[in-house]
Design a protein around this ligand. Sequence first.
Ligand SMILES: CC(=O)SCCNC(=O)CCNC(=O)[C@H](O)C(C)(C)COP(=O)(O)OP(=O)(O)OC[C@H]1O[C@@H](n2cnc3c(N)ncnc32)[C@H](O)[C@@H]1OP(=O)(O)O
Ligand SMILES: CC(C)C(=O)C(=O)O
Length: 556
Amino acid sequence: MLPNPSQKYAAFAPIQLPDRQWPDKTLTHAPRWLSTDLRDGNQALAEPMDIPRKLRFWEQLLKCGFKEIEVAFPSASETDFQFVRQLIEEQRIPDDVTIQVLTQARSDLIERTFAALDGVKSATVHLYNATAPLFRRLVFRQSQDDIIQLAVSATRQIRALCEANPNTQWRYEYSPETFCFTEPEFALQICEAVADVWEPSAARPMIINLPATVEVNTPNVYADQIEYFCRHFTRRHDVCISVHPHNDRGSGVASAELALLAGADRVEGCLFGNGERTGNVCLVTLAMNLYSQGIAPQLDFSDMKQVVERVEQCNQLPVHPRHPYAGKLAFTAFSGSHQDAIKKGFHAREQADSPRWEMPYLPVDPEDIGCSYEAVIRVNSQSGKSGAAWMLEQNHGLVLPRALQQDFSRHVQAKTDREGNEMTLSALWQLYRELYGPYPLAPRQLLDYRSESQADGELQLSARVQTAEGIVTLQGKGNGLLSAAAAAIASRFKMRLAIEDYHEHTLGRCSESRSAAYIRCSFKQGVSRWGTGIDNDVSRASLQALLNALPDGDAG
Ligand SMILES: CC(=O)SCCNC(=O)CCNC(=O)[C@H](O)C(C)(C)COP(=O)(O)OP(=O)(O)OC[C@H]1O[C@@H](n2cnc3c(N)ncnc32)[C@H](O)[C@@H]1OP(=O)(O)O
Ligand SMILES: CC(C)C(=O)C(=O)O
């Protein structure tokens, strides 16, 4: 890279709009959406879609609820032409959906475009020509007047062809391509000239689409350009203002959102941001951003995983795992403090009587878009106690006491640090069972027990335990079941132990639910250990937890 890039790259001059209004606006409703996956997205693929792929994508777009879909550049290829024919001839276009097709301002291409549309109920014909100084100079080698003439005469031809086919409800869209680096006055001038030919009205709908063909500045500058255009365009109230942001600077979504604040009515883009170079603006992100603010986006992504799969198949491109809302990792927390906050959030939600979503780190409820909570927390060496505890709670119903969470976390941390990878749920459960031994892996298995109250108020316990060496009988006395069991173990195995902590809960909500018990014992060396017992009977669960807390070598 250059030490002084200013010699090569000139800063883009922003528009002067000191009385801009858009910063004080907020988004309150969904815009009109146009999916250009089958046109702008398609033209950016190494292998453009064939008709079966296009049809699968088309069906998906209908399922998501798109009412305006740019389906092709019919004069570009036989595939695109035939695709449009097929949609029309097989009557695949629902009455409330309008297809859109793109054409250059070239007479033969316009003729071919109309041939493709023959017999369609309603359609938008979309004309573009580049208007920026660089393109005028380099690509077209034409003056401003020539460029206006190109757009105007193509519009005349399109109007005539529309009028010659009155059975179709026509809409017209004009794009001064490269709008975002066209002089604002010239963009206005050419759009005024085109609109003068089309004469937009409710009966003659027109869309002026103002693309950020290549992002060349920060989104606020694009918003200024859109506001300037909306304020000065004489037929503003007769046209729909559309935006078409690309993502060269990675700010396509912000550009679209600020452009909507600045007065745009409609957004063109692609699912998951496919499109030329770094892509068109991602319509999924835009829609879900609205949704997360309580605004119905008028698009349906209730089964996001299915949408991702279909789009990946059709585009033959992966959706990034960190793609907002849709990536495989979009709702996953590996790090300890995030997991802790999410776990607390879910617990608070269980108690809350409001439907309001208040969840640390998760801007929307994954369930709303068909995702389970399973992937929300995953455990590796960056995780803390809450992650592993959450996974055991969600999948095995164990609600570990805080001190046990801390104890288990130390073991998980040591293992993930040593092995350097993620711990799956089954690896986590296996480690838990090895450490704290819940049924059926326990090395000392309680077979049966009897307890009797004594005249002195104490309890006499007799318990049979299966060990590796055979059946052992334990006998002891104490002021409760556990103290009697501790005394029995101490006497049978000649060890000192004290019960330091005890917790229990039912697994599940019904009366037949099993119980889980957690016990921490300390031993003579000042070492303490946890054990877990699970049983239909809470006393058996407690006794088993105590047996599971014993160190391996000392008792058995
Ligand atoms: C920003 C965008 O996404 S715009 C859409 C871009 N999409 C595509 O280009 C995909 C489909 N395109 C195609 O299949 C082909 O380009 C076609 C069929 C449209 C035209 O093909 P060709 O006739 O071979 O021309 P080519 O592809 O080289 O296009 C460049 C020519 O078109 C002219 N041109 C470019 N855009 C336009 C336009 N909007 N209106 C009129 N002429 C234009 C150029 O000035 C150039 O003319 P020249 O050859 O006289 O110098
Ligand atoms: C044709 C226009 C709208 C376009 O695709 C662009 O400018 O990116």
